[in-house]
Design a protein. Sequence first.
Length: 195
Amino acid sequence: MRRRASLRIALVAVLATGSGAALAEPPITPPPVPFDFQPPAGLRPFFVGHAVGTQNYVCLPAGASYGWSLFGPQATLFDDRGEQVATHYLSANPDEAGTPRATWQHSKDTSAVWAQAAAILTDAAYVEPGAIPWLLLRVVGDENGPGGGNKLSSATYLHRVNTSGGLVPATGCSTPTDLGARAFVPYSADYYFYR
């Protein structure tokens, strides 16, 4: 009897170890970027999402003329299997008394981070023609989900890389009748989260 119980315990331990190894996520390789565009030493990517959405602009007065002004992104982030993992938008950062910041919120545990650009990369060796710049972003606010989820809230830096589209429109904002016009410009990008 004891021997049978010991065998069962050993079998459960082996199965648990094996299934744990099967469920472990492979390490994420950081994107290739210039030396001066990397996050601080020691940080590693732990989460990546492939974003599809829009960069949103509004026509406003600009000096004696008019110009498009970014009023935020709206995108959905997917994993490598095509499953939604996060959303990206503009919202008030509670850690900065409501300052509007780019926001990423996890789709399951609703943890969130707010970030601001720390470096901008426009080098044509990296950024494709007609695409918004790559960004290195520093987290300036974080919040766990209501159930204590912290999938994203542990991030300290992000990369926006592999961008396509999203540039400011070339037309449509040049006369008083254009004031208030909005343009939703499709874009895609990869977002890497570091801690």
